[in-house]
Design a protein. Structure first.
Length: 75
């Protein structure tokens, strides 16, 4: 799972919290990539962060729904 975020972003902080809480119940690989200063990532995700990719597919944008995350982790 990859979280694209910014270093100073309240929504990103909340998304990270939800993901890490989900990880406590069902372990999964987690990587956070900060888009700050990366032109390519800024262009792709700039106004949409946080963005979460699960198995390379965008599953969440702006917010991570805990119930939907639990469902994804079960499958």
């Amino acid at each position: 799972m990859v979280l694209f975020s910014r270093r100073t972003c309240g929504l990103c902080d909340e998304a990270r919290r939800v993901l890490l809480a989900g990880r406590a119940g069902t372990p999964f690989e987690f990587e956070e990539r900060f888009i700050d200063g990366d032109d390519r990532l800024e262009l792709a995700y700039g106004v949409r962060v946080p963005v979460v990719l699960v198995d390379g597919v965008e599953r969440f944008e702006i917010a991570v729904d805990p119930a939907e995350l639990r469902q994804l982790l079960r499958s």
